[in-house]
Design a binder for this molecule. Structure first.
Ligand code: RB5
Length: 142
């Protein structure tokens, strides 16, 4: 199950992501927001971070205007490793090296086409499991 969240700056990109998830028959839970009305991005970052932290959802995807505020908020939660990505190289690397469990993007930074490719990369790249990466992640959590 993939947790989704956005504010008004990420709403349209989130709709493209939903279309991608549905096309690929991937289960998701959309925590909002549900339209382009102005809202406070921390509300949605917290809902998604808690869903991933609790194990209700395996991974999360957050989109605000820049991806910055929403990723800063998600990373306040212990066990959350939220990576702000604007390219596929970073999305692949953060799965392999950081075992990132939430992807953040800026809806005003990446277009819907690139966002979906970044999501596809993020969801389909496993953690490497290399000892040095396991060690570094445990240092983050300490
Ligand atoms: C909302 O205008 C904007 O501040 C928000 O989407 C995000 O970019 C914050 O980091």
């Amino acid at each position: 199950m993939i947790a989704l969240g956005s504010d008004q700056g990420g709403f349209e990109v989130k709709q493209e992501i939903i279309a991608y998830l549905e096309k690929n028959q991937l289960e998701y839970k959309d925590f909002g927001s549900y339209d382009t009305k102005s809202v406070d991005y921390p509300v949605y970052a917290k809902l998604v971070a808690k869903a991933v932290q609790s194990g209700e959802c395996e991974k999360g995807i957050l989109v605000c205007g820049t991806g910055i505020g929403i990723s800063i908020t998600a990373n306040k939660f212990k066990g959350i490793r939220c990576a702000l990505c604007s390219d596929c190289f970073s999305a692949e690397a953060t799965r392999q090296h950081n075992d990132a469990n939430i992807l953040a993007m800026g809806g005003r930074v990446v277009g819907p086409g690139l966002a979906v490719k970044i999501v596809d990369t993020f969801l389909n790249t496993p953690f490497s499991g290399d000892e040095r990466h396991v060690r570094r992640i445990s240092q983050i959590e300490d």
